[in-house]
Design a protein around this ligand. Structure first.
Ligand SMILES: [Zn+2]
Length: 156
C-alpha cells in the first residue's frame, strides 16, 4: 500500500477488522519509512450483494429471480409487469444500503410491504412462499390482519 504521506510502499498492517454487516475490511497501517499511520478499506472488487437465506446459505442477489417470485404471486391479478418492475427497482434501491450482504427475510418483508398496498391476494401468496408460514395459526393471523385492513380501506 502506498503511504499517503510519503509515498513509500513499505508498510505494515497493525490491525485488520471486518466492518459489521459488510464484507469490507478495515486495516490500520503504519508506514515503515515515515512512521505515520493511516487506514485503508478493502472490499471485493466486484460489488455483488449476497443474500443470506433462512438456512444461512448465501447466494448472489438475483434481480430476475426476485422479479419472477413477485410475478408468480401476482399471477392472474391486476398487477402490471411495470408495477413488478417498480417493486423490484425500489427494493433493489433500498437494499443497496446493505453493501455486501442482506438477509433474504429483509428483501421479503420489503416486497410484502409494497404488495400490501397493491394487491391483497398477491400479498398473501407472496407471504406464504416467503415466510413459509411455520404453522396455520400464523397464516390465519396474517389473513385476519389483512381482512381488518381491507375493511378499513373500504370504509374510507
Ligand atoms: Zn510514509
Amino acid at each position: 500500500m502506498k503511504c499517503p504521506f510519503c509515498g513509500s510502499f513499505d508498510d505494515q498492517v497493525l490491525d485488520s477488522r471486518p466492518i459489521e454487516h459488510t464484507s469490507a475490511i478495515k486495516r490500520r497501517r503504519k508506514c515503515n519509512k515515515c512512521g505515520k499511520r493511516y487506514t485503508t478499506y478493502e472490499r471485493p472488487e466486484e460489488i455483488s450483494l449476497m443474500v443470506i437465506k433462512s438456512d444461512s446459505r448465501r447466494e448472489h442477489f438475483d434481480r430476475k429471480k426476485l422479479w419472477e417470485g413477485i410475478a408468480r404471486a401476482c399471477e392472474k391479478r391486476p398487477v402490471s409487469s411495470e408495477t413488478i418492475d417498480k417493486i423490484v427497482s425500489e427494493v433493489e434501491n433500498e437494499i443497496s444500503d446493505y453493501l455486501m450482504e442482506v438477509q433474504s427475510s429483509v428483501i421479503g418483508e420489503k416486497v410484502l410491504k409494497k404488495l400490501w398496498d397493491i394487491d391483497a391476494v398477491a400479498y398473501v401468496r407472496f407471504a406464504s412462499v416467503y415466510r413459509k408460514f411455520a404453522d396455520i395459526d400464523h397464516f390465519m393471523q396474517e389473513l385476519k390482519s389483512l381482512k381488518k385492513k381491507t375493511v378499513k380501506n373500504q370504509n374510507k
